[in-house]
Design a protein around this ligand. Structure first.
Ligand code: PLP
Length: 376
């Protein structure tokens, strides 16, 4: 039992199992691959697995830098990792400098205005940790545009030194696609930025960046998805260890005749006599409704006694119906567990079957599961 386990028992709901030893092993493997320090990106409740258990395990393993998206997430990391550097990627909303100071958090500054506000706050004598500077080299999302970054960097005693920048970073737009020429352009643009800011540690690699040829590691990397077992090299074997598993119990079994319609609006019709199982999990648990199996579209599937069985009908709020006709008889009992994520059903497979990506499956993991933290 871990202190982070939820009270709900496995018999009353689906169960999410999180292997914290695998999480730590993935973090170590990425750092070793980069040959430099790896931070941990734990935004969005550590991609759904739980920010407190994830940050606690990683800090105990020696991780000293964390990235989150929101100030509120930074405060949660600070509570379990009192000494770590905690960067807040979404930067400085007006008037929030005081909260950064109070919790010892570091904003990732991404505009001239944010730099000025932070520098002015520092000049009041506030006790703050160094901030990071985000330079946008492709995304047009957050960050100073490269030209502006270079101009500010060249003003020796300007706002960048007044803001006390401890890290300069940029973010890849398509690092999971090795063949995209945008990667080389971003690597080159970021090299220009770092050359203009000598002596300031830099960070470029996200998960997939660790596997891009010709990408320098700089002083810090920022893996997220791969820490949680996501495949940073889509289309190639997954180099990471799986971290999460999701199971749900069978609530009811039935046999239906050919021509029987199943689920809301009768979106699936049995072509012959079929065995169906209704399982305890639905879109309210974060399993996308887009994984519905209809006559025209195959959706998600479950492993039942090791056999892949398709969803039939629409995914409903609390329930999914699975065609278990091919599953071994021994696995077909009320209360038996089926696997929704794990083994052959990895995050990428589940994402594709729901017409999305593994990242969205992971970060949508529901609040209603019983959660078991194992491995540490
Ligand atoms: C989310 C995020 C990361 C982590 O990306 P992954 O692809 O999950 O490894 C790194 N840097 C920034 C700026 C991010 O927003």
């Amino acid at each position: 039992m871990s202190i982070f386990d939820t009270a709900e028992t496995a018999s009353s709901s689906a169960t999410l199992t999180v292997d914290l030893a695998a999480l730590v092993a993935n973090w170590r493997a990425l750092g070793a691959r980069a040959g430099t320090e790896a931070s941990a990106v734990v935004k969005a409740n550590a991609y759904g697995i739980g920010i407190e258990p994830a940050a606690t395990a990683l800090a105990a393993a020696g991780c000293t830098s964390f990235f989150v998206a929101h100030l509120s997430e930074g405060i949660r990391v600070r509570a379990v990792a009192p000494d770590a550097t905690v960067y807040v990627l979404n930067g400085l909303l007006p008037g929030t400098c005081g909260s950064y100071a109070q919790h010892g958090l570091s904003p990732v500054l991404g505009s001239h205005e944010e730099l000025l506000e932070w520098a002015a706050f520092r000049q009041t004598g506030a006790n703050v940790r160094p901030a990071a500077l985000h330079v946008d080299t492709a995304m047009n999302r957050l960050g100073l545009w490269k030209g502006e970054g270079l101009t500010l960097a060249r003003e020796r005693s300007g706002v960048i030194s007044a803001a006390d920048i401890g890290l300069v970073m940029s973010h890849f737009a398509s690092s999971e696609d090795e063949a995209d020429p945008a990667n080389a352009r971003q690597i080159e643009a970021f090299a220009e930025v770092t050359a203009a800011l000598p002596g300031i540690p830099a960070s470029l690699k996200n998960s997939s960046g660790h596997f891009l040829k010709g990408c320098p590691s700089y002083q810090l990397t920022r893996p997220g998805y791969a820490l949680y077992g996501g495949n940073p090299t889509p289309g190639l074997p997954n180099p990471m260890q799986p971290v999460i598993g999701l199971t749900a119990p069978i609530l009811q079994l039935r046999e239906v005749e050919g021509g029987t319609q199943v689920g809301y609006n009768g979106r699936w019709t049995a072509k012959g006599r079929r065995k169906l199982a209704t399982i305890c999990l639905g879109y309210a648990d974060g399993y996308p409704r887009n994984a519905s199996g209809t006559g025209t579209s195959t959706g998600g599937s479950a492993l039942v006694g090791g056999v892949l069985c398709p969803f039939v009908g629409t995914v409903s709020m609390d329930l999914i119906i699975v065609d278990v006709s091919d599953a071994p008889i021994a696995a077909l009992q009320r209360g038996e567990l089926v696997t929704l994520i794990g083994g052959r059903l990895d995050l990428e497979t589940v994402g594709t079957s729901a017409k999305t990506i593994g990242y969205e499956i992971l970060t949508s993991l529901g609040r209603r599961y019983a959660r078991r933290y194992i491995g540490l």
